[in-house]
Design a protein around this ligand. Structure first.
Ligand SMILES: Cc1ncc(COP(=O)(O)O)c(C=O)c1O
Length: 507
């Protein structure tokens, strides 16, 4: 692999955090390898001893040949460019980027867990199975459900699992041919309609009423015996608790449909109210948001699905189960089959178990109370300069809007987000939910101190005041100027994907 660094840069020249960072392939030199300077007295393995012939590929693989020193420096420089939950506030609404206790990582790193092959027989993995059974029990208690599968790899995988369970339920009643539609509010997360389509159902969209809840009249008009169920996020992606949930549950059950709860963001209701008690039949949780393992950057996740007793027989298997003498794996009687190899993303599940052991009991209720307090405090502090999308007490997140600022001085939600980066914060989610113009969805989470939430609100106010004072959004439009990568052409980035560094060079 030949090195082709930007003009003027020699390989080996010192790199600063803001410099162009070559790819690891560009550091490659033939024959260069990891650490040892020793040239003699090393054990002499033959190639066959190192890698058996049967495992060798015929073609050569272009792997970088680098020293351990260059490798570590490269990745360390990259991490210095990264904003992370460990660095500061990360108010990315709908993503619950809370600070995660390091003890959750420590538990997941214990060799007794981390070094076990998932295919080891149950007799050798009793500790693992015990942990998984306990986690399932805790999830059932938190959600008010009867049984759960821990297999799905993330929220979207949980949604697909839940919809397949919905279909299995209707099939068992001989109604799956007729029940073709799944109702989803227009405020829903994009994965909801995608999962409905992927599972072979049709999406029926229900509108939002003036208070940000499901429009009951519109819902009634959609209901019929062709409805398989409804998918709801509660609190919704507007950060609002669904006030009419009892009537909605009655109406959907009334036509034989099931209620699916998108519990990706359970942060507002822990220990306060349970989806099962609201009338839901199927719930998925993003444990990688609510119970440790920061969500984002495409990292690993886990989206367990919990169900009512009526649906337990359809769950994916094999499932870890408690017996009189220990733990074993069982496949439910009418299982829809596997949704993931082995037990799913098991180390993410272990982090969730650690988190729940640390914060269970009255801790979870406090988590939710503080998350809700922080979101409401923030909303009230920015009121006046930012519009409040639906003016109600919010739950764990709030959707404010730059609509008026945009109309007055041209300051868009995107400009606010970019300028926030210069002021030291990760931006909030922007332009979602789609039904709010110039939306800024802020989720401070419970792990941020009152001082940090106040500083975040001050940054929002400063950005608005700068634009109003100058009569335009010029300052924010130039942002970010202090980050390794400045303002990018978002439309081009989305439409013209360049996934190899070589092509990027030619551009
Ligand atoms: C409301 C909601 N539902 C579903 C999902 C999908 O979860 P995942 O990204 O783990 O697939 C998300 C993720 O952000 C979400 O916020």
């Amino acid at each position: 692999m030949s090195a082709s660094l930007p003009a003027g840069r020699a390989l080996g020249a010192p790199l600063m955090a803001h410099d162009y960072e070559p790819t690891i392939f560009e550091f490659s030199e033939p024959g260069r390898h990891a650490a040892s300077f020793r040239t003699s007295g090393l054990p002499e393995w033959t190639a066959e001893e190192l890698v058996p012939e049967s495992f060798l590929r015929n073609e050569s693989v272009a792997l970088p040949e680098v020293s351990e020193r260059d490798l570590v420096a490269h990745f360390t420089r990259l991490t210095h460019r990264q904003y992370s939950v460990d660095l500061g506030a990360y108010p990315l609404g709908s993503c619950t980027m809370k600070y995660n206790p390091k003890s959750a990582d420590a538990g997941a790193s214990l060799p007794g867990f981390a070094q076990v092959h998932p295919g080891a027989p149950a007799s050798c993995t009793q500790g693992w199975l015990e942990m998984l059974v306990e986690l399932e029990e805790m999830i059932c208690e938190i959600t008010g459900m009867a049984a759960a599968t821990l297999q799905p790899a993330a929220g979207a995988a949980g949604e697909l699992t839940g919809l397949l369970l919905m279909r299995a339920y209707h099939e068992a009643r001989g109604e799956s041919e007729r029940r073709r539609r799944v109702i989803i509010p227009d405020s829903a997360h994009g994965t909801n309609p995608a999962s409905v389509t992927l599972s072979g159902y049709e999406v029926a969209t229900v509108g939002t009423n003036a208070r940000g809840g499901v429009d009951l009249d519109a819902l009634q008009a959609l209901l019929g015996d062709d409805v398989a169920g409804i998918m709801l996020t509660n609190p919704s992606t507007l950060g609002l608790f669904e006030e009419d949930i009892v009537q909605i549950a009655e109406a959907v059950h009334g036509v034989g449909g099931l209620l699916y709860y998108d519990g990706a963001n359970l942060n507002a209701i822990l220990g306060v109210v349970r989806p099962g008690d609201m009338g839901f039949d199927i719930v998925h949780l993003n444990v990688h948001k609510t119970f440790a393992t920061p969500h984002g950057g495409g990292g690993p996740g886990a989206g367990p699905v919990a169900v009512s007793a009526e649906l337990a027989d359809f769950l994916p298997g094999p499932r870890p189960a408690r017996t009189e003498s220990g733990y074993e794996l069982r496949v439910p009687a009418r299982s829809i089959g596997r949704l993931h190899s082995w037990h799913g993303n098991a180390l993410v599940l272990l982090r969730a178990w650690m988190y729940l052991r640390l914060n269970g009991g009255d801790g979870l209720k406090r988590v939710s109370e503080i998350a809700v307090l922080n979101a409401n405090w923030f909303k009230e502090r920015v009121r006046g300069l930012y519009d409040i999308a639906y003016d109600r007490t919010v739950m764990h997140e709030c959707v404010v809007s730059a609509k008026t600022l945009h109309h007055k001085v041209g300051l868009s939600a995107l400009d606010v987000a970019k300028r926030l980066m210069e002021l030291g914060f990760h931006p909030p989610t922007v332009y979602f939910p789609l039904i709010v113009e110039e939306a800024l969805m802020v989720e401070p989470t419970e792990t941020e101190s009152p001082q940090t939430v106040a500083a975040l609100a001050e940054a929002f106010l400063q950005i608005a005041n700068e634009a109003l004072g100058a009569g335009n959004a010029e300052e924010a439009e130039a942002a970010p100027r202090t980050t390794p990568v400045g303002r990018v052409d978002e439309a081009r980035a989305a439409r013209k994907l360049v996934v190899t560094f070589d092509q990027r060079r030619g551009d």
